[in-house]
Design a protein around this ligand. Structure first.
Ligand code: URA
Length: 241
């Protein structure tokens, strides 16, 4: 119990929270979230019957296949400056999947290095891991103009590369960050509010969707749910859940 409290406080401190509310409405909401998690958080939903295949290629093979100047979809003509392939440990047990690179990621060629990325790094560290230990990638490898949502043809063109990355890394847990990545991997149109707090099977890997860190920047109160999801991720990685 004291470890849980210490973890909890460390997580919130890492994300810049300096106090707790005594407002009864706040506590009521907490209880609702806990009950919801209890009723939805344990059962494994099977989203795909596909089984794992032995990796027949490496991440470098996939990167080479995409090429440094991919022209498979229109994003190549819409201002992207480079491909943002993915970063981290090719043997990671935890893989985090975002939507598409933003401005900073497009400049630096690495996913999640802007403001949302800094928050993601803190979330990863809050469960005792580092960016170097996990693998981070996006569904879409090129920046959409003005950070607009990726379009269906862009997703259809780019998602096979993500699926191949997953098949090579074969993580124990995948955390899709936000609606976009969760819907892409689960092939569903369910909103992220229905998907998070649950575990799914994805080709033999557990998939635990959570909110996107950019959403947390706009809605800090949702950090509570993300912390619940990340505690589940940590427990699974430690063999406790
Ligand atoms: N948002 C994402 O979904 N991916 C990034 O790499 C950066 C921001």
């Amino acid at each position: 119990m004291s470890r849980e409290i210490a973890d909890h406080l460390r997580y919130y401190a890492a994300m810049g929270v300096s106090g707790l509310s005594r407002d009864p409405a706040w506590r009521q909401r907490t209880e609702e979230v806990r009950l919801k998690a209890d009723s939805t958080g344990r059962g494994a939903d099977v989203a795909s019957g596909l089984s794992r295949t032995a990796p027949a290629e490496s991440l470098d093979d996939i990167k080479t296949d995409i090429g440094p100047a991919c022209m498979r979809c229109k994003l190549c003509t819409l201002g992207r400056s480079q491909i943002v392939f993915g970063v981290g440990n090719p043997k990671a047990r935890l893989m985090l999947v975002g939507e598409a690179p933003g401005e900073e990621e497009d400049k630096r060629g690495e996913p999640f290095v802007g403001r949302a990325g800094q928050l993601l790094t803190k979330i990863i560290e809050a469960i005792g891991l580092s960016r170097e230990q996990v693998y981070i990638a996006n569904v879409i490898k090129c920046r959409p103009p003005d950070n607009r949502n990726p379009e269906p043809d862009e997703v259809a063109t780019c998602e096979p590369f993500l699926f191949r990355q997953i098949d090579v890394i074969r993580p124990a847990v995948i955390v899709p960050l936000g609606k976009f990545a969760a819907q892409c991997l689960l092939k569903t149109t369910d909103p992220i509010t229905r998907l998070r707090g649950r575990r799914f099977d994805y080709r033999g890997t557990l998939l635990i969707p959570t909110f996107h860190p950019a959403y947390l920047l706009r809605n800090p109160s949702a950090k509570r749910e993300v912390w619940d999801d990340m505690k589940l991720v940590r427990a699974i990685l430690q063999g406790d859940a």
